[in-house]
Design a protein around this ligand. Structure first.
Ligand code: ATP
Length: 238
């Protein structure tokens, strides 16, 4: 493992009852990288993120975070250590305001810089600032996605895992979400991005992995993957 590898997954297997959803995969995320994990519906991408973040029990394999094994640790402990996921479907607190949701994101922290960090999040998402007193449940899908990302940033992630942030959004909102992913990446946050929008996800990423039926079938430089004829045929509709 190179010294700046923040997350390393080796031989990860996850099953739901008798069904193997993840069949022994290896991947890594290095400090400062944006890594995209692409693949069709049902390939096992969400299951992989859930297993890494302690939400889904692991059948076999090792997960090293900051060089230490974390398999079996709970999601809460991992968030405290900076391994933070923005789930598919977002999971904002709908009866709380935007500001309250952001404060909840900092729940794991004991420092006093929370208001300053809320201002930073508002800098990335001006829309959230405009609506800071609005109840999260009354916001559009795209705004809720922004809020979920902002809330995750409030935990000061060392590795941020995003599960399909563009799913179900209008084209304009999809553009905005990918812009924000790029901004957060440029600010130095290490990210693992799961996406079905393969072309956008690979265009932004440093490296990528392709997942198919529970296995990682390809991996490497994101631009090389983006130009690979097999990837273009299977995931870019060519
Ligand atoms: P999507 O883009 O549709 O979310 P994905 O690549 O994230 O797809 P997963 O959601 O990880 O794929 O699903 C992988 C496989 O595991 C699928 O066959 C799915 O039906 C199955 N699966 C996922 N969650 C469960 C569950 N809670 N119980 C049983 N099977 C599940």
């Amino acid at each position: 493992m190179s010294k700046n590898t923040l997350l390393q997954v080796k031989g990860l297997k996850v099953a739901y009852g008798g069904i193997q959803a993840v069949k022994g995969i290896d991947f890594e995320v290095n400090e400062g990288e944006l890594v995209s994990l692409i693949g069709a519906n049902g390939a096992g991408k969400t299951t992989t993120l859930k297993a890494v973040t302690g939400i889904q029990p692991v059948g076999a394999g090792d997960i090293l975070y900051l060089g230490k094994p974390i398999r079996g640790q709970g999601a809460w402990d991992l968030v405290k250590q900076g391994l933070v996921m923005v789930p598919e479907g977002r999971g904002t607190f709908t009866r709380m305001t935007i500001t309250e949701n952001l404060q909840m994101g900092a729940f794991v922290r004991s420092d006093r810089e929370i208001d300053a960090d809320i201002d930073k999040v508002f800098g990335i998402f001006p829309r959230l600032k405009e609506r800071r007193n609005q109840l999260a449940g009354t916001m559009s899908g795209g705004e809720q996605q922004m809020l979920a990302m902002g809330r995750a940033l409030m935990a000061r992630p060392k590795v941020l895992l995003l599960d399909e942030p563009s799913m179900g959004l209008s084209p304009i909102m999809v553009d905005k979400i990918f812009e924000v992913v790029e901004t957060i990446h440029k600010q130095g946050v290490t990210m693992l991005l799961v996406e079905q929008n393969a072309s956008r996800a690979l265009a932004l990423a440093d490296r990528g992995y392709v997942m198919d039926s529970g296995e990682i079938t390809m991996g490497g430089d994101a631009k090389v993957l983006l130009n690979d004829p097999k990837v273009r045929a299977a995931y870019l509709g060519e």
